[in-house]
Design a protein around this ligand. Structure first.
Ligand SMILES: [Mg+2]
Length: 373
């Protein structure tokens, strides 16, 4: 089998409302900017991939020429192409695995050898909001069947942060699990200056969250502040998590071997490709860490994350990004209807593995032109 074409489209999918991502204070986002990649073979199989942002030019200029004529099964050799093209370009490895699974007529989790075929999911909120609206949101998630929710804490004062958590715990009568993302690993440019945590702030917050049985504290400190992350992990009982924008097998080796995080969260578009994330999962297993992949930016990446969760023989969760009315499932996961399949929880809060071949994502290519820019 040979790769005969690589297509890449920059898409702009408008959100139904303004989105205010908590990790960039003051920023208002009106659309989901995305790059959809299609890899086709001489046997008529198409593999799909995608990442956030508009990087079609890089895909076509720096990746396509090196993939044409290649065997899509050569995932390890082709990995070096995306490694040198840029972080989001790792998504293309997903398309090759989509092709391999379709050629084998097997969903990837079965092809790889699975541990489970259902994964517990948590609702991942985007905005910081207010204690009142987060409590309402927690109730909404709970009514849908979610067993857990991730909140974003970005207040100047710890006491204000705790108001958010306490409001949610109270509203859901202690029957829901909560995770907290501090988004401190990267200081993205933003219109307003956000709060920046140092070690004492992270430690005091971790202790408060521990007392509230919060499941994990994500990215409490800067990405490469390994010394303080290790200190924090050793000084507290709450699980410390991170890794969504760490890059390369070598960085995950550092994170796991040095005990930087209890929970490793690589992303299948940004950190490394699916092929490499399987190795990171294996290393997490050996060191008894949890492996909880980051959501990977659309229904395509989410399917990759779900298959990876299924093959991990330890504790894992699937991150379902969903903010009702703004960052909706239709816009964010389904790309305005380009993706016809939907990854969603059953009544028990678990997501079933996709049973279609490859990633198991159903794409309507006719809808691409509606959002192509
Ligand atoms: Mg995060």
């Amino acid at each position: 089998m040979k790769i005969i074409d690589v297509k890449a489209d920059n898409l702009t999918i408008p959100y139904p409302g303004e989105v205010r991502p908590a990790w960039q204070p003051g920023l208002v986002v009106s659309s989901h900017n995305f790059t959809l990649v299609r890899v086709t073979t001489d046997e008529g199989i198409t593999g799909f991939a995608g990442t956030s942002g508009h990087v079609a030019g890089t895909v076509l200029g720096q990746v396509r020429p090196y993939l044409l004529g290649e065997d899509p099964f050569a995932t390890e050799r082709l990995a070096r192409i995306y490694r040198h093209a840029g972080s989001g370009l790792w998504c293309i490895d997903m398309a090759l695995w989509d092709i391999i699974g379709k050629a084998a007529n097997l969903p990837l989790y079965r092809l790889w050898g699975h541990y489970r075929n259902r994964v517990q999911a948590y609702a991942s909120a985007v905005e910081m909001g207010t204690p009142e609206d987060r409590a309402e949101l927690a109730l909404h998630y709970q009514a849908l069947g979610f067993n857990a929710m991730k909140l974003r804490l970005h207040n100047e004062r710890i006491a204000d942060d705790m108001e958010f958590i306490d409001a949610c715990i109270k509203a859901t009568e202690g029957k829901m699990g909560f995770m907290v993302d501090a988004n401190q690993a990267t200081n993205l440019p933003s219109p307003e200056r956000g709060v920046v945590w140092d070690y004492p702030r992270a430690l005091r917050t971790a202790r408060e969250l521990e007392a509230r049985s919060v499941l994990w504290l994500e990215e409490p400190l800067s990405r490469y502040d390994f010394d303080n992350l290790i200190r924090l992990r050793e000084a507290t009982e709450i699980a410390i998590s991170g890794g969504e924008k760490n890059m390369g097998l070598h960085e995950f080796r550092w994170l796991i071997e040095q005990g930087v995080y209890d929970i490793i969260q690589p992303d299948a578009a940004m950190s490394e490709g699916v092929s490499q994330l399987r190795k990171i999962a294996a290393m997490a297993e050996i060191y008894k860490r949890q492996f909880v992949p980051h959501h990977s930016m659309s229904g395509i990446g989410l399917a990759a994350a779900l298959h990876l969760c299924c093959i991990f023989p330890g504790t894992t969760w699937l991150e379902l990004m969903y903010e009702p009315k703004t960052r909706t499932i239709e816009c964010y996961q389904q790309l305005g209807g380009i993706i016809e399949s939907k990854i969603w929880i059953g009544p028990d809060g678990f997501v079933a593995a996709p049973e279609g071949p490859g990633l198991g994502v159903v794409i309507n290519e006719k809808r691409i032109k509606k959002y192509a820019v």
